[in-house]
Design a protein around this ligand. Structure first.
Ligand SMILES: [Zn+2]
Length: 643
């Protein structure tokens, strides 16, 4: 009983031999095989669906199809492709297919699949949107041939003299029109057709409004079209769509131009003055936000991309400075200290926000004097003195035009608090339409709060491009291999994203050693990241803190994942340590775990996966390879969180 894992190669040889032995019942009669391993096949191919191959020509609305002698039909048995191909012996609607095949063993009763126009797995990737391209690359049809016998010279005698090809897709011609006027053609450089499960991306050689797409048939699906037209995006959606394989469709679609906006998370100083909506969009300054969007404030300051301050469209409730100073300080937004309004009473008519779209915000807060000055300067104020810029009509125009905000008061005796105090006078700074002015801290003055935003993206918005980032306990994603900010707690490394907001996070430390038998007895969960996780009970986590949520995102708590999960994580984190048994971790992976966030590198003699192998064995990994170990051995555990 060694704790070291054994290479899979040794056991695979055993199982291969075992499999070979069971085939004794099924031995091929060698006398029926050609000595040179070459077969010849001749079969009549009939039209399928009333319009078989191939040379697609448009005649009215009918796609007619005929055989051409230049075409190739490929043959496979199971998933193994024969070398060589069959060729039509004459042009025409039906033809005799004939050719020489080798590279596979063909025997009596085998069922062969005939396919054109290409060998290999059927794929619809890389379409150009023309009939010629579909004919050459995507007009798949298949037929089945059962082998009656093989002659000594290698002639394949089919059970039936004629086979019928079946088209594997519909062909659809989309004509793209702008819904705005119902007539203007939209010349697209890309069209994506999605049926909810699969999507097909067509990239024409040059922009065009007529695009042909090969699409495998489906019934009653909602189809979404997304076209790229210049720098604009147009969309179209229709439910209850059915496409039948072998059929040809011509469809004119009236497409709607998508609302264009920048995301708050990508805000730069160029965006100052824009309207920020609740969905985290930046809409053009001094205009109404589109239907469906709710204006939240005016982008007043950007400290770095995705970080800054948003000025409110209304005042909050008036307060004394002493009250404001007692509120919670937040320092994680826009490089300043904000005093966060504590409750609905302080918010007045302002709606509370902790996120705008996927961008985290501070909720409404009173800012420093320097913050308000920067906002007023950025919004074009020309009013102020040596104490600093205050607001004017230029500032108020952003707040009121189009978005229904209330101007900051133009009453010359109406003061607004900042959070900044003046040590010399014992007073604190207020702004009003003339200048900045010191006032007694016990005076009740107006409040025009701001929202601090950025920098962190939330786990719920994680996509594959975020792999490697540090995941914090508050659900924020921080850049890979950097320290998390003060106040943040690093939980793990984003290792895999299965879809937006779903994936696996690799722990920064090992949990307690376990036997595989024990792990297998733990609760299974299949609710996260499309896999089965074995969740560590409380006493198995070692030094790891348990989590059921990171911020607002639910997580599985620490769990042992499948071999395929660990492999995907290691590949995503840049491991180059692979052999035929899979990919394990290397220094690239450990660099994510250790750099900046204080994690402990993986280095144990071996780690369990949740994947069973064979008999008394289950699959494990170390820094060298994937292998197997007896289930009763106690090995290390590097768990993951599913989200
Ligand atoms: Zn919006």
């Amino acid at each position: 009983m060694t704790k070291n894992i054994l290479s899979l190669a040794a056991l695979l040889i055993v199982s291969a031999t075992f499999v070979a032995c069971t085939n004794d019942d099924n031995i091929i009669d060698e006398t029926q095989q050609p000595a040179n391993g070459k077969y010849t096949m001749t079969i009549n191919a009939s039209k399928g669906d009333g319009a078989t191959t191939r040379a697609l020509t448009l005649s009215g609305k009918t796609l007619s199809a005929t055989w051409a002698t230049t075409e190739n039909v490929y043959v496979k048995k199971g998933s193994d492709w024969a070398t060589g191909s069959l060729n039509p012996q004459a042009d025409g609607a039906t033809a005799t297919l004939k050719g020489e095949l080798s590279g596979i063993t063909i025997a009596e009763n085998d069922v062969l699949t005939l396919q054109f126009p290409k060998s290999g797995d059927i794929t619809y990737d890389g379409q150009l949107g023309t009939l010629a391209d579909i004919e050459a690359n995507f007009d798949y049809a298949t037929a089945s041939v059962t082998v009656a016998s093989i002659s000594a010279s290698g002639n394949i005698n089919p059970e039936a003299a004629t086979t019928t090809f079946t088209n594997q897709q519909a062909i659809v011609k989309f004509t793209l029109i702008d819904k705005a006027d119902g007539t203007t053609s939209l010349s697209a450089t890309q069209l994506v057709v999605s049926d909810g499960t699969n999507s097909y991306t067509v990239t024409p050689a040059s922009a065009t409004s007529e695009i042909y797409v090969a699409i495998p048939g489906f019934s009653g699906q909602t189809v979404t079209l997304t076209a790229t037209v210049g720098t604009d995006t147009y969309t179209y959606e229709k439910s209850g769509v059915t496409f039948t394989n072998g059929q040809y469709y011509e469809i004119t679609v009236k497409m709607t131009k998508a609302v264009t906006y920048t995301l708050l998370s990508a805000a730069t100083t160029e965006d100052v003055g824009k309207v920020v909506c609740a969905a985290g969009h930046l809409h053009t300054a001094k205009t109404a936000v589109p239907a469906g969007c709710t204006a939240v404030g005016i982008l007043g300051k950007v400290t770095e991309t995705g970080c800054g301050l948003i000025l409110a469209l209304q005042d909050a409730t008036s307060q004394t400075w002493n009250t404001i100073n007692g509120w919670t300080s937040v320092t994680t937004y826009a490089g300043t200290t904000l005093k966060v309004l504590p409750d609905a009473a302080a918010h007045g008519s302002l709606t509370s926000y902790t996120t705008l779209g996927t961008t985290a915000v501070s909720d409404w807060a009173v800012a420093q004097k320097s913050d308000y000055e920067a906002i007023f300067t950025n919004l074009g104020s020309t009013t102020g003195d040596s104490d600093g810029k205050t607001y004017d009509a230029n500032v108020n125009a952003y707040i009121t035009t189009g978005v229904g905000g209330t101007a900051i008061s133009d009453d010359y005796y109406h003061y607004y608090w900042s959070t900044t105090e003046d040590d010399w006078s014992g007073k604190a700074w207020t702004f009003y339409p003339h200048f900045w002015r010191l006032d007694y801290k016990t005076t009740s003055n107006s409040v025009r709060p701001v929202l601090g935003f950025g920098p962190a993206k939330l786990l719920s918005a994680a996509t594959a491009s975020d792999v490697g980032k540090v995941v914090c306990a508050d659900g924020h994603l921080r850049d890979a291999k950097t320290a998390v900010p003060a106040g943040g707690t690093a939980v793990g490394i984003l290792g895999k994203v299965t879809e937006t907001g779903h994936g696996l996070i690799l722990a920064l430390q090992d949990a307690s050693n376990q036997t595989w038998t024990t792990i297998n007895g733990w609760t299974s969960t299949t609710d996260y990241a499309s896999t089965t996780l074995k969740v560590l009970p409380d006493d198995a986590r070692g030094s790891l803190t348990g989590y059921t949520a990171l911020g607002a995102t639910a997580v599985s708590n620490w769990a042992v994942a499948q071999k395929s999960d660990y492999e995907a994580i290691f590949i995503n984190l840049g491991s180059t340590n692979s052999d035929s048994n899979g990919t394990t971790y290397d220094g690239n992976v450990n660099a994510y775990i250790t750099t900046g966030v204080g994690g402990t590198a993986m280095s144990a003699p071996s780690y369990w996966s949740a994947t069973e192998f064979y008999g008394v064995n289950a699959l494990a990994f170390n820094s060298v390879l994937w292998g197997y170990s007896e289930k009763t051995n106690s090995l290390s555990v590097r768990p993951v969180l599913g989200f």
